[in-house]
Design a protein around this ligand. Sequence first.
Ligand code: ADP
Ligand code: MG
Length: 259
Amino acid sequence: MQLSVKDLDYIIEGTKVLDAVSLCVEEGGFVGLIGPNGCGKSTLLKNIYKTYKPERNAVFISGKDVMEMPPKEMAGEVSVVAQENNVEFDVEVLDMVMYGRYAHRRFLEGEKKEDIELCRQFLREVGMEGYEHRMYLSLSGGEKQRVLLARALTQQSRLIVLDEPTNHLDVRYQYLIMQTLKKQKITVFSSIHDLNIASMYCDKIILMDRGRIVAVGRPEEIITEKYMQEVFGVRSQIKVNEITGKIQIYYLPDNCKDC
Ligand code: ADP
Ligand code: MG
């Protein structure tokens, strides 16, 4: 087993934002985390990659409590694409991606040719070839996001955790990012805003509501008219797309004339 969370609570300013959350992400899985705004998705992910400090004996990666893992060991096991990335000082895109090699370098060791080649390869995969020497802060939101994905993939960990990675991307890059992730031999755990994207790529979906896990299952078991109404408060119609064979959701606003 790759990632497991056991009975995790997290309190922010007196409010229980995570309430007894337990889950597991098996090796090789592509697992999506969905739920309404404010339900605790980012808080859960931050506990996993230790932006927040989880309780001991609650978050395990490859069987080890993350609180027992030093930063370098953690970086070898899990790569992260977080939602907010506050960059303190500007660097060239290639250097930004090179940070992903941190776990693989020894103290004071220089950049190896193979590392640079790997960085270039992942920049190509995310459609950012030719941007190697641009300054990171001069990029658009979507371009930054793609560079951060390249950086995470360059880390070559077995698990990648992402927080709504396709936000701010136009539709072509939303699919390019998901496709790029799908192609890797890596376990994926990602919060996903767009339910049609979740249905297209995930083999398992975890549904959260108000700090708790409500349901876990295959996309067709979770993205249902019932859960959309109960958890998101939205009427919907769910159909199987003839071409992809995946379920697709259509939202039905309350004042819709014929529905
Ligand atoms: P999601 O990612 O599902 O939209 P979050 O995990 O960001 O939700 O937030 C969960 C809840 O915790 C929200 O109600 C949010 O307002 C609250 N919250 C998150 N961070 C803080 C904070 N630093 N201070 C106070 N409340 C917070
Ligand atoms: Mg969030």
